[in-house]
Design a protein around this ligand. Structure first.
Ligand code: RFL
Ligand code: PHB
Length: 414
């Protein structure tokens, strides 16, 4: 049996982008249907990002999502950068005049958002299959899916938001020629990430360049560590026993007088490293947001933050479009977001290239990496450049109430 339905915004994907978009649209009085291929449990447990820009934190607070984030998030002033066996601190708060970063896991943001949407009685469907989006050129695009009970739903929308990640269907539903730019860079290595029942051995995150490869020491809570090792592209995580992982981490992070606390490995996985940007982030009545439109290697901690930035802009634009019939922000959406996307893509590429060892890397390349790192930790100007983009590109504002605020939000349309 097929059920015909109607909503204002059809949202594909209940990752951070899709869930936050639904939440923001509801604040602006716009209804949506959000469909997700995976189960709620899977979405709430999927280990991914952990580092939030202060601009992201401020937006989440402003839209009523700051409760647990403020109680449980770990606020950091900056990061450590390690190379040549020495560890240096960069104080972003001081370098940027007050901006910081917060460790709060993506799993927790997703849990908070699902709880908020569920409490609001929202249309949020998990475990859907055969999702399609059609009529993207028309004023009434259609989102279709089969629910977990086997019933087919055909939802007529004003707009569809593609928030279904890099492997989703929405970007691929755009006809040939609809995307004018597909820029991609695959990096010749990957990250082996672990979640460990080991208290962090550091108060702030450590980015470490070592001749054996990059390592990152992050955390989730005062009891749980999150650590990463550069490994060959296509590495099999099964080749890494817990002992081998801890020994390699201890070697790469070694500095005199410091030791790494070990503990049971709760979860391990290998993540490929890739940059990708699809543009424009819109085709007709389909708008792409988050990983569906662009991905970055995790070195700059930008992916989740970019997804939040896209969605803050998209929600404002869609509220104006569907409530007021005002197309101006919707038309500006892609260019507005791509500026931030490319800036973050550059930061992620730069940090990745400076900190990882490329297979076959020669001395010339190694000396260039070390020269950049020495400059970074000895020049206030160099450190401030990193700090500025790492902590957030520009304030994210979500306030669809008046024309004046929209003008301030996006100066280019003022
Ligand atoms: P997501 O999270 O991939 O969500 C997309 C959702 O769409 C669903 N989906 C479908 N639903 C219905 N029908 C279909 N046909 C569908 N196809 C797919 C999927 O099941 C999924 O639930 O994308 P979104 O919302 O754009 O969010 C992006 C972020 O998840 C991502 O950018 C970050 O996790 C990247 N990232 C980091 N970002 C940061 O800002 N800071 C970090 O510290 C950070 N660390 C990381 C990271 C990503 C990592 N991995 C594993 C890629 C560390 C790692 C290791
Ligand atoms: C994390 O905490 O998972 C994390 C932190 C910083 C990064 C990437 C991942 O650059």
């Amino acid at each position: 049996m097929t059920v015909q339905e109607r909503t204002q915004v059809g949202i594909v994907g209940a990752g951070p982008a899709g869930l936050l978009l639904a939440h923001l649209l509801a604040l602006g009085g716009i209804d949506s249907v959000c469909v997700e291929a995976r189960s709620r449990e899977y979405c709430e447990a999927r280990q991914r990002a952990g580092m939030l820009e202060s601009t992201t934190v401020e937006l989440l607070r402003a839209v009523g999502l700051g409760g647990r984030l403020d109680a449980e998030g770990l606020e950091h002033d900056g990061i450590y950068v390690q190379f040549d066996g020495e560890r240096h601190h960069l104080n972003f708060r001081e370098l940027t005049g007050g901006r910081w970063i917060t460790i709060y896991a993506q799993t927790e943001i997703v849990k908070d958002l699902i709880a908020a949407r569920t409490a609001a009685g929202a249309a949020l469907e998990f475990e859907v299959s055969d999702t399609t989006v059609t009529g993207l050129d028309s004023d009434r695009p259609v989102l279709s899916y089969t629910d977990r009970g086997g019933e087919r739903h055909v939802v007529t929308c004003d707009v569809i938001a593609g928030c279904d990640g890099f492997h989703g269907i929405t970007r691929r539903s755009i006809p040939a020629g609809g995307l004018t730019m597909l820029a991609e860079r695959c990096y010749p290595y990957a990250w082996l990430g672990i979640l460990a029942a080991a208290p962090p051995s550091t108060d702030e995150v450590i980015y470490c360049r070592h001749d054996r490869g990059f390592a990152l020491h992050s955390m989730r809570t005062p009891e749980i560590g999150r650590l990463y090792l550069q490994v060959p592209a296509d590495e099999d995580a099964g080749r890494w026993s817990d002992d081998r992982i801890w020994a390699e981490l201890a070697t790469r992070f070694a500095v005199p007088g410091w030791s790494l606390t070990r503990g049971p490995v709760l979860q391990k996985s290998v993540t490929p490293m890739r940059s990708f940007v699809a543009a424009p982030m819109r085709y007709g009545r389909l708008f792409l947001a988050g990983d569906a439109a662009h991905i970055v290697p995790p070195t700059g901690a930008k992916g989740l933050n970019l997804a939040v930035a896209d969605v803050a802009a998209l929600a404002t634009a869609l509220i104006r479009l569907t409530r007021d019939g005002d197309r101006e922000l919707a038309d500006a959406y892609s260019d507005y977001c791509l500026e931030r996307v490319w800036r973050s893509t550059h930061l992620s590429w730069w940090m990745t290239s400076m900190l990882h060892i490329t297979p076959g890397q020669d001395q010339f390349e190694s000396e260039l990496q070390l020269a950049q790192l020495r400059h970074l930790v000895s020049s206030r100007t160099a450190a401030a450049m990193l700090a500025e983009t790492y902590t957030g590109y520009a304030p994210l504002r979500f306030d669809p109430t008046t024309r004046l605020e929209a003008a301030r939000l996006w100066p280019s349309v003022a």
